[in-house]
Design a protein around this ligand. Structure first.
Ligand code: ACO
Length: 331
């Protein structure tokens, strides 16, 4: 049986750079507060006319070019996002159309910050069983349009950014390299701790002026609980990945955690027993790009030469749902 390999990665962010000082013009916040609580210094936001699918297309084309493949070599798309362009259909089919593809499946994964690891788990199973050969796995988000950019929404508005990351996955003969394991988890008891209540079909009518006036269409978060669970569940999932592969923290060349908050990442690093050089961070530049954060960070880490063939890479994520998970990969 073959294993799943990352054939290439790519990412794309919009051109519009938004600093903490820019945010302080819109709401009662400060560079000092944001950096101290989250580590974030800048993020990128879309401009009029840009869409999540457009960002995903750019990231996908970069990844395809690096793999030396054309879009027609892809036989399945898995698109992870919690900020779709439309209620329906999902973004997968729009990306398929943008890439000039027909007839192949386009799967939408709705697992927020854990989306890329959930998507990787699905792709890995399909590639190992031979169902699909070359899978395009994309995480892409446009948060900026949904944020409440007033003081009322400042606890979430300062954290999130827009962007897209893509990976082309394919089979390699099992020589010990490739995806070694994925572990994915959820606990719906915490569903409302980070959520967008409406518009939604649980409401009748499903959209109303009152709903919009109440701000139900904005993401709201119990920041402290998110922080507490993320700091617990991410290192736990790293330990599960290592144990499943009889690895120790010393074996890890690089941990690429979901970029939620630098303080969470620092807690994860400590709990997982890893040194600074074993953990990749770029949240300072991009903020939290949810399903896009791991593939963006991975592409940057690769460009910086942080992974060589045979190195152990571990991914971990935590997010709304709550959902979380990990993956271990021998590069
Ligand atoms: N600027 C200035 N002040 C702010 C801001 C802001 N942007 N946001 C909130 N405040 C204020 C609050 O109103 C509060 O004021 P008060 O004391 O007068 O009521 C004060 O700052 C402290 O607020 P706390 O909520 O206690 O701040 P805390 O130290 O808990 O930090 C934070 C808040 C940064 C949101 C933290 O809880 C956190 O990082 N949580 C994790 C959230 C996260 O990462 N979510 C991402 C999505 S899920 C994921 O990806 C894992």
């Amino acid at each position: 049986m073959s294993r799943t390999a990352f054939l290439s990665t790519g990412f794309h962010v919009p051109a519009r750079l938004v600093t903490n000082d820019d945010l302080a013009q819109l709401m009662d916040t400060s560079d000092e507060w944001i950096v101290q609580r989250s580590g974030i210094k800048t993020r990128y936001w879309v401009d009029t006319g840009e869409t999540g699918v457009g960002l995903a297309r750019e990231a996908s084309q970069k990844a395809l070019a690096k793999a030396g493949l054309s879009a027609s070599d892809i036989d399945c798309i898995i698109y992870c996002t919690c900020t779709p362009d439309h209620f329906e259909p999902g973004n997968g089919v729009f990306l398929q159309r943008e890439l000039g593809l027909t007839d192949i499946p386009a799967v939408d994964v709705r697992n927020q910050c854990s989306g890329f690891i959930y998507g990787l788990s699905i792709a890995d199973a399909w590639i190992r069983t031979g169902q699909y050969q070359n899978i395009l796995l994309v995480g892409a988000e446009v948060h900026s349009r949904g944020l409440d950019k007033t003081t009322r929404g400042r606890d979430t508005a300062v954290l999130f950014g827009d962007g897209a990351g893509a990976a082309v996955l394919g089979p390699i003969d099992d020589d010990g390299r490739g995806v070694l394991s994925t572990h994915i988890f959820a606990d719906g008891r915490h569903a409302e701790k980070l959520w967008v209540d409406g518009p939604g079909l649980a409401h009748d009518p499903y959209v109303s002026v009152e709903m919009l006036e109440q701000g139900l269409h904005r993401a709201v978060m119990d920041g402290r609980d998110v922080f507490k669970f993320a700091s617990l569940k991410m290192p736990e999932s790293v330990a599960i990945a290592l144990a499943a592969n009889r690895l120790t923290p010393a074996d890890v060349k690089l941990l690429v955690p979901h970029q939620a908050n630098l303080r969470i990442i620092e807690m994860v690093q400590k709990a997982a027993g890893l040194r600074d050089d074993q953990v990749y961070n770029n949240i300072q530049k991009y903020g939290n790009t949810t399903a896009a954060s791991i593939p963006i960070a991975l592409d940057e880490a690769l460009a910086a030469g942080r992974l060589k063939q045979g190195d152990i890479l571990v991914l971990t994520a935590f997010g709304s749902g709550f959902t979380w998970g990990s993956a271990a990969i021998r590069w």
